[in-house]
Design a protein around this ligand. Structure first.
Ligand code: KG4
Ligand code: ZN
Length: 331
């Protein structure tokens, strides 16, 4: 069974062909990142226009690279939310048009769940139930993945998402956009114990996150200071360590409390090597198997959408032609 996955929730136009929900035959991504860089963040209108301009080419390229024909596709999966409404609508409208013209089913998928499914591609040994951790530019979610299509929130950010915090601190330090990779690079040369930042944990016993206090502490520390390369690196390393510790501690705590033995991580920040190392180390110490997607599947892509869509379709789920974008869709 061939599934075409289409992803347009933010600044990446992604299309992928997957066989049987397991084998990636192609994954094509066109990013509008360079057009947002000068504004220091994603501009929804620019992202939407970029999707409109490239979506047909991206899908065509995915079909060509997979060495299949358009008529061979059995199912179309497309991100229905959360995300930028205009951006989502481009993908959904394109997918619906294709589904209608080819007479094949369509399934709208949750982008946050799809990030978790990216870690499952090609790993049949991972069985439900497990915990999921989504760390992206817009979301930080701990999720209980009970069975196919049944996910429940365990904790989420109260303010900034992890990727958002990385992006904002990079802006404060003048490291450019996107901030995640820039902070990671600067942090490599920095002293992570230079600045003592207090990690924030909830006092209500929940597994929610709050990162805005850490961000504000950095902002006040930097105020009036002349930044040089060494200072930037030390602050970046201290910030990265503190934020990663918050995420790691919360994730381990919730898995222990719920007797969960596997954690599947996804989202753009899951490309961060320090996060990968710290989560794996703490996982080892606590009998928790931590699974990451391949680096190419950490950020937004069509393959995760196709994989998830196919698996849910096989369980009998599908969408009517009347579904629409859900910009605020939660877990
Ligand atoms: O999942 P994603 O591609 O898009 C959303 O759904 O938001 O995540 C993008 C986020 C951005 O905030 C970016 O700065 C962050 O992921 N990111 C990273 C790294 N690579 C991307 N953050 C930390 N370290 C990285 N290496
Ligand atoms: Zn994403």
């Amino acid at each position: 069974m061939l599934t075409l996955g289409i992803e347009t929730s933010c600044d990446e136009t992604g299309a992928s062909i997957i066989r049987d929900g397991k084998k990636i035959l192609s994954s094509v991504i066109s990013s509008s990142l360079e057009f947002h860089a000068r504004y220091g963040g994603v501009v929804p209108e620019i992202a939407t226009r970029h999707h409109l301009e490239v979506i047909a080419y991206v899908v065509k390229d995915a079909i060509r690279k997979a060495k299949v024909k358009l008529k061979d596709i059995d199912l179309i999966a497309v991100t229905r939310g959360p995300g930028l409404v205009g951006a989502l609508l481009v993908g959904i409208s394109f997918a619906k048009g294709l589904s209608f013209s080819l007479g094949i089913p369509i399934i709208g998928v949750n982008h946050l769940w799809a990030h978790i499914y990216s870690g499952l591609i090609g790993k049949p040994e991972i069985k439900f139930p497990f915990a999921g951790l989504v760390v992206s530019g817009g979301h930080t979610n701990l999720v209980f993945c009970e069975r196919e299509g049944k996910f429940k929130s365990l904790g989420q950010t109260k303010d900034d998402a992890v990727g958002e915090a990385f992006d904002k601190i990079a802006k404060i330090l003048g490291l450019g956009y996107p901030g995640g990779p820039a902070i990671e690079k600067a942090a490599c040369e920095g002293n992570a114990d230079f600045l003592r930042l207090a990690p924030v944990f909830m006092e209500d016993g929940s597994y929610d996150f709050s990162l805005s206090g850490i961000k504000t502490a950095v902002l006040y520390y930097v105020k009036g200071k002349k930044l040089n390369k060494k200072l930037r690196s030390d602050i970046a390393a201290s910030f990265q360590k503190t934020v990663v510790n918050c995420v790691v501690e919360n994730a381990i705590k919730v898995c222990k409390a719920k007797s969960i033995t596997s954690l599947v991580v996804g989202g753009g920040v899951s490309a961060n090597k320090y996060l990968r190392r710290r989560l794996s180390e703490e996982g080892d110490k606590n009998g928790l198997d931590v699974i990451f997607p391949s680096f190419s599947l950490s950020a937004d892509n069509g393959a995760m959408v196709a994989a998830m869509g196919c698996r849910l379709y096989k369980k009998g789920l599908r969408s009517g032609i009347d579904f629409s974008a859900e910009p605020n869709l939660g877990i």
